[in-house]
Design a protein around this ligand. Structure first.
Ligand SMILES: Nc1ncnc2c1ncn2[C@@H]1O[C@H](COP(=O)(O)OP(=O)(O)O)[C@@H](O)[C@H]1O
Ligand SMILES: [Mg+2]
Length: 365
């Protein structure tokens, strides 16, 4: 194939850059710029996966592309091909194959990817495959994240992962933002000390010479319990910059990356113009993706309240119901909350999967 016809352009194929499990990656020229075309291998699963990647990347490119995430260009239906911006430069595995980054440079690179993750997580998505060959450096210390091939909705089921780079719970199927936080911990160690693990690592693998706040950040990010890591990309970024992060003892709920302190009683609902009561303490629309909640008739709200020493959550008529994740999603009405518990306001079905509309995690200590 010499050229591929898209909606807005004819792409002249220059050469094949690589070939992964599901797709060939081609370098091509459109009118005036280089692009990448991901072309699925000849099977239905490959076509479906590339299409999912395209849908995710298109969504993430709105309202405009993020500086640290490869930009979507178009989806070509008749070939099931994804066209995206070409990022010049080496991937991190090549850029750092025989040298180490200084601690400051490693932190700068990690901060770029954390900024990308803030956006990705706020859309209710987990990248799931943060590792050096999926990050390109077009300019020194300016990383761009590519390959949303295994990205999944929070609370969905992961398909795969990379041993050593993916958090253990992600390898077992659980999808939560903290999986990406873990991989950033591994990435920092790779940049600073050259470690490229083949199986799961933890705080004990941090070299002795790393101390101070960087050690603290790494120990936390590499915890085996997801809820002992940072609750959000932003929190990890703040800690990496050396600032003191807020006291960790206060109970809180993190809804799509936003940290909300739990008071004795807190209500979650829709804003009035969306058909809600307009009286909720936390308006779910104002958090994360506006498309996260289904359009529909007025809904009630959910309430988290302190009962004795426990926090309970109650469904007061959330459209789509209130759900907790315990190996699988379960619908609940009134339920005590555990530290680290994943919940969702509403849920939808995609094929065999239940996908949360507005996922959140509870932190009680
Ligand atoms: N947008 C891009 N710009 C430049 N190189 C890219 C781009 N996308 C992919 N590549 C190159 O192709 C390789 C494979 O692409 P990737 O999207 O990671 O697919 P795979 O699922 O096969 O890992 C990358 O590691 C990178 O070297
Ligand atoms: Mg890749």
């Amino acid at each position: 194939m010499r050229s591929i016809k898209g909606k807005n352009s004819i792409y002249k194929i220059i050469r094949k850059l690589g070939s992964g499990g599901f797709a060939e990656v081609l370098l091509a020229m459109s009118k005036d710029k280089l692009v990448i075309i991901k072309l699925p291998k000849e099977d239905e699963l490959a076509r479906r996966l590339i299409k999912e990647e395209a849908i995710t990347l298109e969504e993430l490119s709105k309202p405009f592309p993020h500086d640290n995430i490869v930009a979507f260009i178009e989806w070509i239906p008749y070939l099931s091909a994804l066209v995206e911006e070409y990022i010049p430069g080496y991937t991190l595995d090549k850029a750092f194959s025989s040298r180490r980054a200084t601690q400051n440079d490693a932190i700068r690179i990690a901060l770029g990817i954390l900024s990308a993750l803030e956006k990705i997580h706020s859309f209710g998505i987990v990248h799931g495959d943060i590792k050096p060959d999926n990050i390109i450096l077009p300019k020194p210390l300016h990383p761009v994240l590519i390959d949303l091939g295994i990205a999944r909705a929070i609370g969905g089921r992961s398909m795969a992962g990379t041993p050593g780079w993916s958090a253990l719970e992600f390898m077992k199927g659980e999808v939560s933002p903290e999986a990406d936080i873990y991989s950033i911990g591994v990435l920092l160690l790779f940049l600073i000390s050259g470690i490229d693990p083949e199986s799961s690592i933890g705080p004990q693998d941090i070299p002795k010479r790393i101390s101070g706040h960087l050690r603290y950040v790494l120990e936390k990010a590499l915890s085996s319990n997801p809820w002992e890591r940072f609750g959000s990309a932003k929190e990890m970024a703040i800690a990496l910059m050396g600032a003191k992060i807020p006291a960790r003892s206060k109970p809180r709920i993190i809804v799509q990356g936003k940290i909300i302190s739990l008071s004795d009683k807190l209500t979650f609902g829709r804003v009035k113009r969306q058909g809600g009561t307009g009286k909720a303490d936390v308006s779910l629309q104002e958090i994360g993706s506006h498309r996260a909640l289904p359009p529909g008739p007025p809904i009630g709200w959910a309430e988290i309240a302190k009962v004795g020493t426990e926090y309970w959550i109650s469904d007061k008529g959330v459209l789509g119901g209130l759900w907790i994740y315990e190996g699988s999603w379960k619908k609940i009405l009134d339920h005590p909350l555990k530290n680290g518990q994943l919940i969702s306001f509403g849920i939808r079905r995609r094929g065999n999967y239940l996908l949360p509309y507005v996922p959140a995690r509870i932190y009680l200590r």
